[in-house]
Design a protein around this ligand. Sequence first.
Ligand code: PCA
Length: 323
Amino acid sequence: MKLFKLIGGAAFAVAALGVSAQAETWDMPTPYPDATFHTANIHDFAKDVADKTGGKLEIKVHSAGSLFKHPEISKAVRSGQVPVGEFFLSLLNNDNPAFGADSLPFLATSYGDAEKLWAAQKPIIDKLLDVQGLMPLYAVPWPPQGLYTTKEIKTVDDLKGVKFRTYNATLEEFANLAGAAPTQVEVPDIPQAFTTGRVEAMITSPSTGANSKAWDFLSHYTDIQAWLPKNIVVVNKRSFRRLDDDVQAAVLEAAAAAETRGWEMSKAETAAKVAILKENGITVVEPSEELMSSLKAIGADMLDNWKASAGDEGAALLDAYNN
Ligand code: PCA
């Protein structure tokens, strides 16, 4: 009896070994909490990859900056510390302004325009990432960005000196040009930054506002629909090439499905999350024409600055977008 058990156990161990020798697990750092639709979409993507590959590739999602802090994620994938990761595309603006095109105020403010902008941006971004040893899998926009404050904002002057939470260099420039005082804060740190008084206003999506329970520390949401910035999921090219051909194909298929699904999720988020803001007592305001025209004037100046720094690639991107 004892012997039988032993043999049975050994056989089981060998079988388990056989499976684990083939299967691979990829750690995937992401910057935003699990309740974020982008993160939900990534969990679906990971499940899809596991299903399509019959468990040959498992993707283990580490959300909310728990494995790498947001500014480190692109570097971690580049260096091969992790094979795959998600980050806010425009954070790479320092490497090349083409990465930041989707954060230019009032350049692309609807889903249709955001799609056109992504089509114009993608070939340039593919090349730039390729040089860094990276390959994009898919990108998904956040809903249109709106203005959260503790009082009604009638004109841009109402933003003077306001301590302003930002998430990238472009938004920092926008806040500065509006006369506000910018401070960079990652999403998981938003509630604390507001409750401790480090910041008192922000521009972000209805999603991030609702998920951060903006009503605990803010009162007004002005629906300026200023831009639709994207998150991107990238793989390290060497890690990708090491996968069997059928696994590579499955990852690409799952990525294409995640991109389609993510854009749909994003569209559905907009109205749903504005409703949650209202239900919780946030006053949702249509912006005055005066406010919009001053903000758009700032956007126009920023586009000029961007063109000057983005060179031929920037010009090609805008040409492709405008035609
Ligand atoms: N949420 C993220 C990026 C854009 C958005 O809507 C943030 O606030 O950092």
